[in-house]
Structures are given as C-alpha cells and as structure tokens.
Design a protein around this ligand. Structure first.
Ligand code: FNU
Length: 243
C-alpha cells in the first residue's frame, strides 16, 4: 500500500513548499467507481490531493479506496465527517486507514474525547486528522458557527493536523487562521458550485481549496480543473502585487 503524506512534515514552511503545487484538492463525490477513476486519471497531474466521501464508498465499499490507493500516489482524504462516541469514532477511523487513506475528516462538535480518539488512530497510522469547524452551507451559520472558534482551539490542543473551514465565508477563514496561526493546515470546501470563487479562500488564509461538482460535473473535467487552477494563480498574483 503506497502512503503519500506529502502534507505531513515537521515544519510548516516545508509543508507549505511541498504543498504549493496547485493548492487544490478535488472532491470525487461520484458514486460510480469507474467514472471516479476516469476523472481521477484526467485531473491527477493538476491537483494536490483527492477527497472521497459517502457517495463513492457507500456504492462501492471500502474496496473502492483500496483500489484507488493502488492507482494513485496523490494523498487521499476520507471525508467521513466522523461524529460519534470515541469507541465508534476510532473504529471508523481505523477502517478508513486500513483501506489506505492518508487523512480523515472528523467533526469537532462531539468534544475532546472523540476528537482525541481519532487523532490517536491517525497518528498510529501515520495519517492526518482534519477537523470541521463550521460547514460551508448557509445553515451552518445558525448553529455551528457559534462554536467554530472553540472547535478550532480544541483541534489545536488535541494536535490535529488541520481544519476544514468554509470557502463560502472567507472572513471565517481569516478568524480560524488567527486562532491556529501556522500550526494547522486549513482546507476550504465551497469553491465553485457553492459559490466560492477560485483563489479567494487561499488569499484569506487557507492552504488548500476543495472543489467538487465544478470539476466532475463538467463535460470536460480537465479543462475545468485547468481553469480553476489558473483563476487561483491569478488571484494569488493579484494579491501579492497588492501587498
Ligand atoms: P462541491 N464539504 C463541504 N463543506 O462542501 N466536507 C464543508 O463544510 C465540509 C465538507 C464537502 O460543493 C462536501 O461534502 F466540511 O461539489 C463535498 O464533498 O464543490 C465537497 O466538500 C464540496 O463539493
């Protein structure tokens, strides 16, 4: 089983350099395994990682992860949004790592014990834990947003590796960056179909943008990822020339 923990190095600066190729992770929420692989092969040279989730796993089982693991060296993140008691959370995390993923996404609202149980399993597997602070959908502003700062602090305390924070609310990415400083990565979903523009999350403090439908629903996913990457780079250039 090939493990690729390009995200996971000791110093934040090294990590940033390692990850600075495209700063994009594609969400492959495609239920059909063969279609997912077709898209993966098209976009592979143009992304830094892929994220898989329930649609693919529920339709194809954990073998989909195992097969995908053998087909790509890109980091694979399992977006299971684990949110259970510690014993169940850690069992779910274990199964994901056994199947070959490099990182897991977990919720933070369950509290410290569950979060710690996931981080422990991730560490045992030389894997990464990303904690959702507040979801990117509008409804998350009603409840989750109120505890997002506390979740970010807890993620720091339990030594998770990163946060998942909304590209749909760039000001919140800034808040989370202020809380975690350079200690944690920030991955931002919500680019494209949910309204976030390519590059905006990065200039507001995210390390990676996560983009799904805008790429895999396009009749030409390769063209779509190239467009996203070039828009992202333009934003970065404009931003640094404004500094
Ligand atoms: P797209 N996702 C999200 N918002 O969208 N994991 C969050 O706050 C979060 C996520 C996932 O909208 C979502 O489940 F924590 O098609 C989907 O897999 O670009 C992806 O990010 C966004 O997909």
């Amino acid at each position: 089983m090939t493990k690729n923990n390009a995200f996971n190095t000791d110093s934040f600066e090294t990590r940033r350099q390692l990850i600075s190729k495209t700063r994009t992770i594609v969400a492959l929420d495609v239920p059909n395994y063969n279609n997912a692989i077709k898209i993966l092969k098209l976009i592979e040279p143009h992304v830094d990682g892929i994220k898989i989730s329930y649609p693919l796993i529920m339709n194809n089982g954990l073998t989909a992860i195992q097969k995908m693991r053998s087909l790509t060296n890109l980091p694979i993140i399992a977006d299971l949004k684990i949110a259970d008691i510690p014993e169940t959370s850690s069992r779910i995390a274990e199964l994901a790592f056994e199947a070959g993923v490099d990182g897991i996404i977990v919720h933070g609202f369950m509290g410290r014990d569950s979060l710690e149980s996931c981080v422990k399993i991730a560490n045992l597997n030389n894997g990464l834990t990303f904690v959702v602070t507040e979801l990117s959908n509008p409804g998350a502003a009603e409840l989750m947003q109120n505890i997002g700062d506390k979740i970010a602090k807890m993620a720091l305390e339990v030594k998770a590796n990163g946060l998942i924070s909304p590209a749909t609310r760039p000001n919140r990415i800034q808040d989370y960056r202020r809380i975690v400083g350079d200690q944690l990565l920030i991955l931002s979903p919500g680019v494209g179909a949910q309204g976030g523009n390519s590059g905006i999350a990065i200039i507001n403090g995210a390390d990676f943008e996560i983009i799904g439908r805008r790429i895999y629903d396009d009749s030409d996913p390769l063209k779509a990822i190239k467009k996203h990457n070039s828009d992202l780079q333009s934003q970065l250039l404009n931003y640094s020339s404004d500094l």
